[in-house]
Ligand binder design. Structure first.
Ligand code: Z5A
Length: 217
């Protein structure tokens, strides 16, 4: 079986981390070699850029600077990890990718979408997801899940994104749904308010369907 590239997207608290584990288990059950990774991050250097992007320091990071840093991290990630793994015929399950930049920096922070597409072309022409699973849920539900998780872990700090307004996350959610509507051959949208088992079943079915379409089902 040849490898593939699957991305998971959605607002905070959508369940991406949990669903990623279920997709890995399906692929490993079929004998595939799978790497789970995330953005921003995924390599030691890209994880350093993640810390810069998420931490709330004294200096302002402009929306354009944030976009450039996202793509810098992505470029490091692609060249050191994603491209080599795909070339070896492995699978990549990635928690967020360029659709997150389109949604968060483009819609959330009003960065010019043409600039984002130019950077995407420069950084990863030819490295596009085969399947994108969008976990969709109302903003308030996602934020409440994230808040509960922080409480359970005893964390009392929020990062640069978690401290954003509800309106910001509404723009991000709408942008994701528009992206999905514009590329139905790549996206599968799952109602993430369903019980976790139902969300996992739907995500695994989407991946199985993709394998079947590729003649590998
Ligand atoms: N960002 C960006 O702006 N531009 C970019 O290009 C990229 C990223 C790549 C870090 O991302 C931030 O980077 C992100 C966007 C920005 N900030 N935000 N928001 P991240 O992916 O690392 O962070 P995150 O989105 O905040 O991840 P998360 O909160 O961990 O979300 P999740 O992985 O989707 O959720 P989860 O951990 O699987 O689940 C959250 C909780 O809900 C957990 O307790 C689960 O048990 C529970 N859960 C999940 N599903 C269910 C269901 N169905 N029912 C009940 N409970 C559930």
């Amino acid at each position: 079986m040849k490898g593939g590239f699957v991305t998971l997207e959605g607002i905070e608290g959508a369940g991406k981390t949990t669903v990623a584990a279920a997709l890995i288990s399906l692929l490993e059950g079929r004998g595939c070699t799978v790497q789970a990774t995330r953005e921003p991050g995924g390599t030691p250097l890209a994880e350093q850029l993640r810390s810069v992007l998420l931490s709330r320091g004294a200096e302002t990071i402009s929306p354009v600077a944030e976009t450039l840093l996202m793509f810098a991290a992505r470029s490091v990630h692609i060249e050191n990890r994603i491209r080599p793994a795909l070339a070896r015929g492995e699978w990549i399950i990635c928690d967020r990718y360029t659709d997150a930049t389109r949604a968060y920096q483009g819609a959330g922070r009003s960065v010019d979408i043409d600039l984002i597409e130019q950077l995407a072309k420069a950084v990863h022409a030819g490295v596009e997801p085969d399947l994108t699973v969008l976990l969709d849920l109302p903003v308030m539900v996602g934020l409440e899940r994230a808040r509960q998780r922080r409480l359970a872990r005893g964390e009392d700090v929020v990062d640069r994104f978690e401290s954003e307004t509800i309106e910001f996350f509404e723009r991000v959610r709408s942008a994701y749904l528009n992206l999905a509507a514009g590329a139905p051959q790549r996206f599968v949208v799952i109602d993430a308010t369903q019980p976790l088992e139902a969300v996992i079943d739907a995500a695994q079915a989407a991946l199985s369907n993709m394998l079947t379409r590729r003649g590998e089902g």
